[in-house]
Design a protein around this ligand. Structure first.
Ligand SMILES: Nc1ncnc2c1ncn2[C@@H]1O[C@H](COP(=O)(O)OP(=O)(O)OP(=O)(O)O)[C@@H](O)[C@H]1O
Length: 566
């Protein structure tokens, strides 16, 4: 029996019932794939039924207020109430700026620092933080490592998160099935692409981002515009896959822009938003009738979702006014009620109609009913791999990325060699006597200063890495420690190569001082200085916004340049 079907007794809170497995064997729910069962059971660390780790999400009177830069406050969401149950696909729809992403951010505990939330969000009847792996979230931006192929991207993700003891053949089978599920077979061996590598298309990137999150079959999945940038066939395919995931006992909530009528038919629940207020929440199939009852029937031959969005997008008022003013639009008598009233009036009517409708009443009742059932909340992150496996996989992935990204170290290596050859030429054979001591000193400072501050060269690539880290960290793929360890280890060979090569060139051209130990000391100091500055810069970059970083580095360079003159 599913938890949601557990009977409620009066106003009392009840624990979700867990049917006993009798002799200790596992009871599984129909419809769950074997993989979901395995992963979920491992997460729950229990041999009991899988159903009690499925996700029932409710939100009640949810309001989000943001503080704007001028100190004023603005309500982005106002008093939203709704729910999402396992096995269902809930679509959030509304015009641009209506608050779809904010609702997803609020539900997944990822609101910006200037946003304040009030209301109640419950997962399985309990308050829970849904970031860091409790729920998976596919954001609007595709933050991927451009130098890896699609297959490599998904494979590394699998190694980072699947249990160490799962055979590699099984992991590979899961990777391949996810590639097929997202229709990525044709581009599986193509690189994602970055500033210097032409890679897969925007729509394919979108599908890779989704593939990375559905890989672990999360019990609760949020997607912000999963179909944006996709053609109608791909959008239908992706929505169909998400619906199939939902049917496997998962809870799927996605914001969708302008779905085609075929895509719309795949939605179970529809949440329509306009200016942060609920216009409709209920069965997607009943929205058509709701609009008709509210006085806005969908005209024949019009896509229902286009009609709903047409009714609740106040931008149409501005468009109409502009077109009327320029005489490009003449309004003749028509049956469409939207030609007689403004969209702002239509929105007000619909919001008021919904507030007093049976749909709103039923939603509130259902939220109260679900909230009373206390189920399991799994606080554990999204990864089941060990710390060692995560660090090893990240180091390997990072090393491959650095070696393939021309901008990370190779470009710097070329510049270092050119510059050290130039410096070497200026100070060529400067001698080892007392009279050349100043020249040798300034040559060494020149090389140290230049090579150290050229660490900034790898900064753009590092910023891209940070975006990937941010996404993976928030989805619980791994922790900060494994990221730091892997970045340090993977950068080491490159730093050794570039500092030893440029140091050696300079040392032997200038003939700074004879002797192996002196040479070793010189290049090791160069290596240490570059490593320290690079690590510091990366650490600062992780916590300080980019513009501040620019100021700090700019000021640092200025000070260093003026040092010889002081
Ligand atoms: N942290 C914030 N600070 C200031 N304004 C915000 C913040 N978060 C959201 N907003 C504002 O709230 C409104 C809703 O934004 P949101 O991104 O949720 O809309 P959306 O429906 O997802 O739009 P789109 O479909 O274009 O992505 C926008 O006007 C946005 O500028």
């Amino acid at each position: 029996m599913r938890n949601s079907e557990a009977p409620t007794h009066g106003g009392m809170e009840i624990e979700a019932t867990r049917p006993s497995a009798g002799n200790g064997s596992t009871i599984t729910l129909p419809g769950l794939s074997p993989l979901s069962e395995t992963l979920w059971r491992e997460k729950a660390n229990t041999a009991e039924i899988i159903g009690d780790v499925s996700a029932r999400l409710t939100w009640k009177d949810l309001t989000v207020m943001v503080t704007l830069s001028n100190g004023e406050t603005q309500n982005v969401l106002e008093g939203l109430t709704g729910y999402a149950e396992p096995g269902t696909f809930t679509a959030l729809m509304g015009p641009s700026g209506s608050g779809k992403s904010t609702l997803l951010d609020a539900l997944s505990s990822r609101l910006a620092a200037n946003a304040f939330l009030s209301g109640t969000i419950l997962l399985n009847g309990r308050k829970a933080k849904l970031s860091f792996g409790t729920a998976a979230y596919v954001t609007q931006d595709d933050n991927l490592i451009g130098t890896l192929t699609v297959r490599e991207t998904i494979s590394y993700s699998a190694r980072l998160r699947l249990p160490d003891n799962m055979p590699w053949a099984d992991k590979r089978a899961l990777v391949e099935s996810t590639i097929v599920a997202m229709g990525l077979q044709d581009c599986a061996d193509t690189v994602i692409g970055n500033w210097h590598l032409r890679g897969i298309s925007g729509g394919e990137k979108r599908r890779v981002s989704i593939a990375l999150e559905i890989l672990m079959r999360p019990r609760l999945l949020f997607l912000d515009e999963p179909t944006s940038g996709l053609d109608s066939a791909s959008a239908f395919f992706v929505t169909q896959t998400l619906r199939a995931l939902a049917r496997d006992g998962r809870t799927v909530i996605a914001s969708i822009h302008q779905p085609s009528s075929e895509v719309f038919e795949l939605f179970d629940q529809l949440y329509l938003l306009s200016s942060g207020k609920t216009v409709y929440f209920g069965q997607a199939s009943e929205a058509y009738e709701f609009f008709a009852q509210a006085g806005f029937p969908c005209p024949a031959l019009r896509n229902p979702s286009d009609h709903f969005l047409r009714c609740i997008n106040s931008d149409f008022d501005k468009v109409k006014a502009t077109l009327k003013g320029s005489m490009k639009l003449r309004f003749e008598g028509s049956d469409d009620p939207l030609d007689r009233i403004t969209t702002a009036e239509a929105i007000r009517t619909l919001i008021d109609f919904y507030r007093t409708s049976q749909h709103s009443y039923a939603a509130r009742q259902k939220v109260d009913e679900i909230s009373k059932v206390k189920g399991t909340v799994l606080e554990a992150g999204g990864s089941e791999a060990s710390f060692l496996m995560q660090s090893y996989t990240l180091t390997k992935r990072s090393f491959i990325n650095m070696s393939r990204d021309f901008g990370y170290y190779w470009l710097r290596l070329v510049i270092y060699i050119v510059v050290t050859v130039c410096i070497g030429t200026i100070y060529l054979n400067v001698g080892t006597g007392y009279n050349s001591i100043l020249a040798r000193g300034s040559c060494a400072s020149f090389v140290f200063g230049f090579v150290t501050f050229m660490s900034i060269g790898g900064f753009p690539s590092f910023v891209e890495d940070m975006k990937v880290f941010q996404r993976e960290r928030l989805n619980g793929h791994y922790g900060v420690t494994s990221f730091v360890i892997s970045n340090t280890l993977s950068a080491m060979p490159f730093l050794i190569l570039i500092t030893f090569l440029s140091g050696t060139i300079c040392y032997f051209m200038v003939r700074l001082h004879p002797g192996f130990w002196h040479y070793l000391f010189f290049v090791l100091c160069l290596y240490a200085s570059v490593t320290v500055v690079e690590s510091l810069m990366m650490a600062i970059a992780s916590i300080v916004p980019n513009f501040l970083m620019g100021i700090i580095i700019g000021a640092g360079i200025q000070v260093c340049m003026s040092l010889p003159r002081i």
